[in-house]
Ligand binder design. Sequence first.
Ligand code: V4E
Length: 214
Amino acid sequence: MAPSSHLSAPIEVERKFIPGPEVEKSLNAIGAKLLKEITFRDCYYDSPDLRLALADYWLRKREDSWELKYPPQIGARGLTGASTQYLEVTQENQIICKISEVLGVPSPPNIEAFGLGELASFVTRRRRFQLPLEESSKTKVVVDLDEADFGFEVGEVEVIVETQEEVQNAMQKLEDICKKLGVFQESAVQGKVSMFLKLNRAEHYKQLIEAHVI
Ligand code: V4E
């Protein structure tokens, strides 16, 4: 039987951290290489009653491309401890299918036709570093240092895995790397969207905090 698109979508496992002044030195010390520097605008969309975010579904347009992040397990959250796991789909037909499911509406011909409103919009300057591959492992680990245009900085360590069985190991690896970089924090660190909502949409922020989504 062919695997379903849901099962075969790669799982992004991430851990955020607060980048201190020494983080670049620490990255250097462990042999990380700057891969690229990019700047992009993200616009997040939702219904007025936050039906997507409350289900932990995050629909955004990054520059001109639609992307949807959602938890691998139906009904579960993407946040486990201080790490997250999300599937990310970029094909419009797959995004439409998922959004229709969550909103409980028929699939429209395009994403715009859902009539969703803008939840957040900001520009990020990102520097992406790649860590040296460990012997005995072919898993690529990247570290992003992000600066959002509303005056917020956050870092994240990320690996992509193929199966649920690999997630636990990946989370352990992210924890170890944060410790090596001197940025380990036991509890989850807020991301750009959370901080944007806290600063600009206090009501929405409160609702999502109360629902334990952020
Ligand atoms: C998944 C999610 C949100 C959408 C934004 O995801 P994030 O990883 O913060 O953005 P970014 O720009 O780093 O995406 P990338 O380029 O890596 O694909 S907003 C809130 N969530 C859920 C969430 C959460 N509850 N807790 C933490 C620590 N992160 C995300």
